[in-house]
Every structure is written in structure tokens, then in C-alpha cells.
Write a protein that binds this ligand. Sequence first.
Ligand SMILES: [Zn+2]
Length: 82
Amino acid sequence: MAETKRCYQCGRKLTDKHIPTKLELSNTNNKFYEYIPEGHLSQGCFNFGSTCAKRVLKTGELDYKAKHKAEMRLDWDGISGT
Ligand SMILES: [Zn+2]
């Protein structure tokens, strides 16, 4: 059974049309990386939409405003992907 993937930052559903970008979260400095630096411990990979992934990679951190919105949106399952 295919699970629904969501962007970890904005909560948008990632369909086959939106190929998720996997970013790895470092347990060492709590930042996201495309490729985790050598010597960092990994907390695992998270799925992001491509736009969000680019944004996250700039700073290595989530945009907490977007994340907050996503959490509110997750209460009702009617996200329409644009
Ligand atoms: Zn997103």
C-alpha cells in the first residue's frame, strides 16, 4: 500500500507529479542536508517538495512559519496541490 508522502515543511501532498526531494537531518547540528557531512550523525531522511527543499537547503533549517501553517492544514485533509 502506498503511503501518502507530504512535504515535511509545508505539509503539501507529494504526488507522483511532485517527486519528493529527500533531505537528511543531522543530529549533530539539527540542519538539513542533501548529503550529510562526514562525521555527522543522521536522524534520517525527510521528504520535501522541490521548492521547499531549495529553501531549506539555503539555511539548513525549516521555515517555521510554513511549518506552522502546515500543521494547521493537516487537521483537514483537503490540501489541493498547485
Ligand atoms: Zn513544501
